[in-house]
Design a protein. Structure first.
Length: 182
C-alpha cells in the first residue's frame, strides 16, 4: 500500500515556480509514495456556507474534498503575494476545514513549502498557510520547512526537478510527511 499525498499549489500561473516545485515533488516521490497534484483550484468558488450544502455543493469544491479525503497527507506550495498566501490556497484550506471538526485535513500531516522572488523564499506566506491549515484541523509539521528564495534567478534556466539541492530537500520533506502519514 502506498502513501497518498495531495499537493495543492497556491499559484494559478502556468509557468509558476511553485507549480514546478510541485511537479518536482511528483517526479522525486520516493518509492511507495504517490503524490497527486490537484488541478482546478481556480474553479473552486470562494467558500460560502450558503452553498456548502448537501446537493448544492459546487462540483469543483466536491472534487477538492474528494481528493483530500483520499489523501494520507498534504503538501501545500505557497508563493508570497503581498506578504501572505494567495487567496486560492486560503480558499482551498477553508473548503477543507468543513464540516467543522471533521474536515478533510483533520488529523492528517501537512507540510508547507514554496519559493518566491524575495530573499526569504515566501516564509511569511508559508507561516500564514501553516497557521490556517492547523486551525483547519490538520497536523501541521512545523519543523518541516523549505523556503527557496530568489526563484526568478534560481529557476531562470533550470526546472526545480533538475536542481539537485532542491530535489534533495524536497525529497526529505516528502519523507517526513510520509513518516507521519504511515
Amino acid at each position: 500500500m502506498s502513501v497518498r499525498i495531495l499537493a495543492l499549489v497556491g499559484s494559478l500561473r502556468a509557468g509558476s515556480h511553485n507549480r514546478q516545485l510541485a511537479e518536482a515533488a511528483v517526479q522525486h516521490a520516493p518509492e511507495g509514495v504517490e503524490i497527486h497534484l490537484l488541478e482546478g483550484l481556480a474553479d473552486v468558488p470562494f467558500y460560502n456556507e450558503d452553498i456548502d450544502t448537501e446537493g448544492g455543493l459546487p462540483h469543483a469544491a466536491a472534487r477538492l474534498r474528494e481528493a483530500a479525503g483520499h489523501a494520507d497527507g498534504f503538501l501545500l506550495f505557497s508563493p508570497e503575494y503581498n506578504g501572505t498566501m494567495p487567496a486560492v490556497l486560503k480558499n482551498a484550506i477553508d473548503w477543507l476545514s468543513r464540516p467543522y471538526g471533521a474536515g478533510a485535513f483533520s488529523g492528517k500531516p501537512i507540510a508547507v513549502v514554496g519559493t518566491a522572488f524575495g530573499e526569504y523564499g515566501g516564509i511569511w506566506a508559508q507561516n500564514d498557510a501553516r497557521k490556517a491549515a492547523g486551525i483547519a484541523g490538520g497536523t501541521v509539521l512545523e519543523e518541516v520547512k523549505l523556503s527557496i528564495p530568489d526563484s526568478l534567478t534560481r529557476f531562470a534556466d533550470i526546472h526545480p526537478a533538475d536542481d539537485m539541492e532542491v530535489s534533495a530537500a524536497l525529497t526529505a520533506v516528502i519523507r517526513q510527511v510520509t513518516a507521519r502519514a504511515a
